[in-house]
Design a protein. Structure first.
Length: 368
């Protein structure tokens, strides 16, 4: 176990418990009623309670990045045992930093997309540390459009420090791919649920988290930039990451309070890395609950609710449907080719050019 810098007491007690249990495990005994071990476990639980009682935002960031924290592949294997992985964007290639494919959940077909960081050195290099390239976003769009046509709900797992900023990725249109992916998420007519399981970093995360329901694990983080990146820009010193994390309010609790997310999923005592099975069970329960709610909603209402939640961020009140349609120009009147008022508003340059041409034509007739 890799212990964090605020877990000194936990480390000593945890190692003591493991030492006491080792002889029993060697004999294949898993149910242990030794009073000494029971007392040591009690003190360990108390130490965990103290260590995790008042974590600051930077400490929560460290928990979110813990090397043994369950990754998307763990959740997919446990929750969707019939998951079928699909590859390629049909434009350039395959991006292994994102898993995507179809599965079933309680008999309901779903599209599952998960950003994958990897678990060891080899897999992290293979997965590019969870930093998606344009191919990954375009693969996700391809499958989301397919799910939309087949009326299949979409579930995404978010865990990335951000989109890959490499030269090749930029040359292949990283910004455009992210923007198009956000647009795709906003316009699909099926239920969409996103779960932030670790880091939700910048546009690389929101490209797959523009959903009807955004859920976060208790010790996960979600922000426009990493604390180190923010500190480097504002203070020219990445060592001020703690101050940056506090200023950006990146914790699940902050985001829930500010109505950026819809639900906080409880983690096991000491974080998700201490009990994978328990956190998977909690995530499964939350996904099922929210999916059952969303499948009862009409496609039109799903799109309205999804767009409205993001347009309303930073506003004191929710946007009415009338305001929503007016702002986004997606009402039925907007598609009327004889709506001259809308034509004048949205095509001023074209109208001005047409007026000049008409005037020149009239003058030509007069002086001909």
């Amino acid at each position: 176990m890799n212990y964090l810098d605020f877990e000194d007491d936990v480390k000593a007690l945890d190692q003591r418990v493991q030492e006491l249990k080792a002889p029993y495990f060697a004999k294949g005994i898993t149910v242990i009623e030794n009073p000494t071990i029971i007392d040591a476990e009690r003190r360990l639980n108390e130490a965990l309670d103290r260590a995790y009682a008042n974590l600051n935002r930077w400490q929560k960031t460290k928990v979110a990045r813990h090397e043994f924290r369950p990754r998307s592949i763990h959740y997919i294997q446990k929750i969707f045992p019939d998951f079928t992985n699909l590859s390629g964007d049909r434009l350039y290639g395959e991006d292994q930093s994102v898993l995507a494919g179809f599965a079933t959940l309680d008999g309901i077909s779903v599209l599952v997309i998960g950003q994958e960081k990897g678990n060891d050195t080899q897999s992290r290099i293979q997965r590019n540390f969870g930093m998606m390239r344009p191919e990954g976003y375009r693969k996700s769009m391809r499958l989301m459009n397919l799910a939309d046509r087949l009326n299949i709900p979409i579930i995404t797992f978010i865990d990335t420090p951000g989109a890959y900023p490499g030269k090749g990725a930029e040359e292949r249109g990283q910004a455009e791919a992210i923007a198009k992916c956000i647009e795709c998420c906003l316009n699909v007519k099926v239920p969409m649920i996103s779960v932030v399981i670790g880091e939700g970093g910048s546009g690389g995360a929101i490209a797959l988290a523009t959903a009807n329901k955004v859920l976060m694990l208790e010790y996960s983080v979600y922000s426009v930039i990493s604390p180190e990146g923010c500190a480097s820009i504002l203070w020219r010193d990445p060592k001020k990451a703690k101050e940056a994390a506090e200023a950006m309010k990146i914790s699940a609790q902050d985001l829930f309070e500010n109505k950026i997310i819809d639900e906080i999923i409880k983690e096991p005592k000491g974080g998700a890395h201490r009990n994978h099975d328990e956190v998977v069970a909690n995530v499964t329960m939350s996904i099922k609950k929210n999916l059952n709610e969303l499948i009862q909603i009409s496609p039109e209402e799903l799109i309205y609710q999804r767009k409205n939640r993001f347009l309303s961020i930073g506003r004191d009140v929710m946007i009415t449907k009338e305001e929503f349609y007016k702002d986004t120009h997606i009402n039925t009147v907007a598609f009327n080719p004889f709506n001259w008022k809308l034509l004048l508003q949205n095509n001023r340059r074209l109208v001005a050019t047409a007026v000049v041409i008409i005037i020149l034509f009239i003058l030509a007739l007069i002086f001909a």
